[in-house]
Design a binder for this molecule. Structure first.
Ligand code: GLA
Length: 397
């Protein structure tokens, strides 16, 4: 996607604002979706992740209002939602069902930001917000963190809050955990807030320290191809929470605060302490943390064409040990590899969503054709295939 498309999503947000609210916004802000290069289900285990922000963004047009109320509208829903800022405290988390699901993201961020800044909601300036997005929803590219990030930067500036980017990411995560009810980690919000062009963010999810890691994909003639399976997932239900619980059981059995504190050498001891399923869940997290560190090292020492095996090993671990892949994701990965991809893996929380493949520029068409042919041969609905580029994080447009 080019700059023109990027500007046009901002224009959609601006037009929606004018149409729904009958006035001009003071500006637009935006935040990106993300692809996780490697490090899956490690974030809530205090581990390591290596995501990058993508060029698809959610834009929000905003104007302040005089009456201490917040109103949100979006292209995802016909109805706007409006309430007083000092009603947010009563709404989340217990009465979240009273607002449509999409509105829990921006309203949850407003709630979490007010709490984090210590501001009295009754004194905060009211706001109107209108959202439009180019991040595919339910594709595992973190459309939710894009809404949260855009809301966070827009409100922090409007309210004059002195919160840094990590604090804004934490507010986004709190919104997701408590206002939406999805027990996710902090990776996606950190990627949306801290992303940089041409780089990934190496994040230590325990200290929240970050390091910008140059990817060098363009210089190496590589593209990141996304194969969106179209299989929708939700992290507010089922499998995601079960995986999290298994990780907590594993850590408790070993007497450590989080799986971050477990090494491959501890696995032998763990085998005698937990059931086979829990053991395999833990093994995924422990080996995945090692793969993230190894990927960062390989990128700097050998360059991006050398990380393919790590991506493939990560996918196998998610498929066999963590069991969060689905046949469509496995098919996408296998098709990409057979068409000559350097590496491929599912990305994001799993149970659907997208796979990524690292592909030499002159093979992108072959990978696309191979994925489409493999889906057709398996009787799956055709995937959506596109390329992404590591892009900047949230900010005012
Ligand atoms: C989702 C969550 C993240 C992370 C990934 C899996 O994207 O939002 O916090 O746990 O799944 O790595």
């Amino acid at each position: 996607m080019t700059d023109t498309a990027h500007v046009s999503t901002a224009d959609v947000a601006r037009s929606l604002f004018i149409e729904r609210f009958g006035a001009e916004p003071v500006g637009t802000w935006s935040a990106p979706g993300r692809v996780n290069l490697i490090g899956e289900h490690t974030d809530y285990n205090d581990g390591f992740v290596l995501p990058f922000a993508i060029q698809h963004r959610t834009h929000v047009a905003l104007a302040p209002r005089e009456d201490g109320r917040i109103r949100v509208a979006s292209t995802f829903d016909d109805a706007a939602v409006e309430l007083a800022l000092d009603e947010l405290d009563g709404l989340f988390p217990g009465r979240r069902d009273e607002v449509p699901e999409w509105a829990r993201y921006p309203l949850g961020v407003a709630w979490a930001l007010l709490a984090a800044s210590g501001a009295n909601p009754a004194d905060a300036t009211g706001v109107d917000l209108a959202f439009a997005s180019s991040v595919p929803i339910g594709a595992g590219l973190s459309s939710s963190a894009a809404i949260e990030g855009a809301t966070a930067v827009a409100l922090a500036e409007t309210w004059g809050l002195s919160l840094d980017r990590v604090a804004l990411a934490q507010a986004g995560r709190r919104a997701e955990n408590e206002a939406v009810g999805a027990p996710t980690g902090i990776m996606d919000q950190m990627a949306a807030l801290l992303g940089r062009a041409d780089a990934a963010i190496f994040l230590d999810c325990r200290s929240l320290e970050t390091q910008v890691v140059d990817l060098g994909f363009a210089q190496a003639g590589l593209e990141v191809v996304v194969i969106d399976t179209g299989v929708k997932h939700s992290h507010a239900t089922g499998g995601y929470g079960e995986r999290r619980a298994a990780c907590e059981r594993g850590a408790a059995a070993l007497g450590v605060p989080a799986l971050r504190d477990v090494t491959v050498d501890d696995l032998e001891r763990l085998a005698g302490l937990v059931d086979d399923v829990t053991f395999r869940r833990v093994r995924h997290v422990v080996t995945e943390n090692e793969r993230v560190i190894e990927t960062v090292r390989t990128l700097s020492e050998q360059g991006p064409t050398a990380i393919g095996e790590l991506l493939v090993a990560s996918h196998a671990s998610m498929r066999d040990d963590f069991e969060i892949s689905v046949p469509e994701l496995d098919t996408a990965v296998e098709a990409a590899l057979s068409a000559g991809a350097v590496g491929a893996r599912m990305t994001g929380g799993g149970f659907g969503g997208a796979a990524i493949a690292l592909v030499a520029r002159d093979r992108v068409e072959q990978v696309r054709d191979a994925a489409i042919a493999a889906f057709s041969a398996s009787g799956f609905t055709a995937p959506t295939v596109f390329t992404v580029v590591p892009s900047a994080g949230a900010g005012r447009d």
